[in-house]
Design a protein around this ligand. Sequence first.
Ligand code: ADP
Ligand code: ADP
Length: 229
Amino acid sequence: MSYIKIQDVYKKYKVGDTVVVANNGISFSIEKGEFVVILGPSGAGKSTILNILGGMESCDSGEIIVDELAISTFNNKQLTKYRRDDVGFVFQFYNLVQNLTAKENVELATRITKNALDVDQTLELVGLDHRKDNFPSQLSGGEQQRVSIARAVAKNPKLLLCDEPTGALDYNTGKQVLQTLQDTCRKMGTTVIVITHNSAIAQMADRVIKINDAKVRSVEVNKNPIPIE
Ligand code: ADP
Ligand code: ADP
């Protein structure tokens, strides 16, 4: 059995009288330690399935298994624990606490979880050792994103979910951030899933899941992932 299994997930949103089907029978599997890219245009349903996988949203029907945990059957208390201990999130706009330093932002996350890693070591892993006493406003966009990666990784999660992590960055900075995510995946053995609408990113992934119009259109397993240009 795969480490992550998503089977027949349906999710619709009602806005007034309009119904939007965001996930129309989504199925895919992911193996432990893979660096995965979910690729597709804006509005395809990528964030919806990622949020469902991360226990941030419920689905209308379908099955979600993560490391033998049946997330789709969890009650709210179980979901809270799952989000806190098992999942790390990285967003487009970093979401750092502005009046805490880089190190304090990471520490904050480790305080509420059981399996936390050493904060200094985690900052070193993302290459921010020399910046740990800086506040977010004193850091570049790429550095802030690396703090948010450290914050997520320090929880030592089963999976790291990243929603357009390079969306607010220029090309070269985005590349470095993706490299940091991939290094984390390789060094820590964390399963990492990155959402993007940028096909250039796909070539560095172990697995590429293409989603379009609320459905999975293809899954490619890449035996020889290559760095992006
Ligand atoms: P993507 O991440 O691929 O851009 P999303 O999963 O965010 O796509 O959205 C899929 C569809 O569901 C879109 O049409 C979007 O407008 C709609 N949608 C997403 N979240 C909500 C919401 N909370 N309320 C209403 N519609 C939503
Ligand atoms: P859009 O059409 O939405 O502007 P772009 O292709 O310009 O999309 O890229 C969107 C974001 O993705 C950019 O801000 C950039 O930082 C990031 N990006 C683009 N290409 C790459 C790449 N090959 N590697 C890493 N990040 C990239």
